[in-house]
Design a protein. Structure first.
Length: 350
């Protein structure tokens, strides 16, 4: 009698196999795939985004990420030669993430050092963050910190601007700064407070209480009117921005892309060169391409047109908010003869 035949199947894809590969019951195709990935060091995204794609041969096209993970799970090992691969340069969104978080940490440290020395400081309760109410005696210092740190961010995430004149860099940065501050304010408010309601973030560690009672606190009629006018301006801006902002539910990577989009929507009065406009368009395209890869590879989305559309709408809303702020600030600085250190705020906002 002939010995009984044992039916073998690949531990990865379940295909029939008659012999072992790499010391295990793995078919030739899966063992070759595993060795190729290990040799080249390639990294594949999960097709569905959740790492749970089926790897059986019944599937016409197996997800390469999940197929490789299954090879590792069943215990496949490869000790042969590998090809040394250079790490790809970080994408613009990865660059923004690194630079943004570094800037945020530096600003937090500097702001806390400054606010803690103010005799008028008021701690605002928050379960995890050290937050203070905004004070007029700190505003100019905080603003100067913001300008310096944002310019460092600007240079680091958009290095190609070094190829254009400093005058054009200054024009682009001036247009960019105010819009970025608006986007950051709303985004950080939602991060810290869950939404725009009682408190609005003015910087990394300071906020404004929109429900603050002024009766009996502000003796000056002009000061009381100023607060009322500021609230009316805030209501107008929220009416423009909040509906689309709430609908968008921005994730972190989308916020980084929004930073690039608001910069690319340059005020036509800036009058920059064609070379500068080409660079703006290049960065904008790079951000959108990176965002699409994020949607497909990390979120597993196949239709992301609505999310892209929401970002574009947010971008346009920020442009309108910038115009509203210029009107408010012009009135604010003219009617109340506001002390503006070195006219730096006027330089950026008027």
């Amino acid at each position: 009698d002939s010995p009984p035949e044992f039916k073998r199947s690949c531990l990865v894809c379940s295909a029939p196999t008659t012999c072992t590969h790499l010391g295990m019951d793995i078919c030739r195709a899966c063992s070759s795939f595993f060795k190729r990935v290990k040799m080249t060091g390639k990294e594949y995204p999960c097709r569905q985004g959740d790492g749970k794609c089926p790897t059986t041969q019944a599937k016409r096209s197996i997800c390469r990420r999940c197929r490789f993970d299954k090879c590792v799970t069943v215990g496949l090992k490869y000790g042969g030669p590998v090809i040394q691969r250079k790490l790809p340069a970080p994408s613009i969104l990865e660059r923004i993430e690194h630079e943004w978080k570094s800037m945020r940490d530096r600003r937090r440290e500097k702001e806390l050092q400054m606010v803690r020395t103010s005799h008028a400081r008021t701690r605002v309760y928050h379960p995890t963050e050290e937050i203070y109410g905004v004070q007029m005696d700190c505003c100019h210092i905080v603003f100067n910190m913001l300008v310096a740190e944002t310019f460092t961010l600007f240079k680091n995430i958009f290095p190609a601007f070094r190829d254009i004149s400093f005058k054009e860099q200054e024009l682009i940065f001036k247009d960019f700064m105010g819009k970025m501050a608006i986007a950051e304010g709303y985004y950080k408010t939602r991060q810290i407070w869950g939404g725009v309601s009682k408190f609005v973030m003015c910087s990394v560690v300071t906020c404004f209480d929109v429900e603050m009672k002024t009766e009996g606190v502000l003796r000056s009629r002009a000061a009381s009117f100023l607060i009322s006018y500021a609230r009316a301006y805030a209501d107008d801006q929220n009416e423009v921005f909040m509906p689309i902002f709430n609908r968008s539910k921005l994730v972190e990577r989308e916020f980084y892309a929004l930073i690039v989009l608001v910069m690319g929507e340059l005020d036509t009065s800036c009058g920059v060169s064609e070379e500068a406009l080409v660079l703006l368009d290049r960065y904008r395209q790079e951000a959108l391409e990176g965002l699409q890869c994020y949607y497909q590879n990390e979120l597993g989305l196949t239709d992301f047109s609505t999310r892209i559309g929401n970002l574009m709408s947010l971008n346009h809303a920020i442009q309108e908010c910038k115009s509203l702020f210029k009107v408010f600030f012009r009135f604010f600085s003219t009617m109340f003869d506001v002390m503006i250190a070195g006219d730096r705020m006027k330089h950026f906002f008027l």
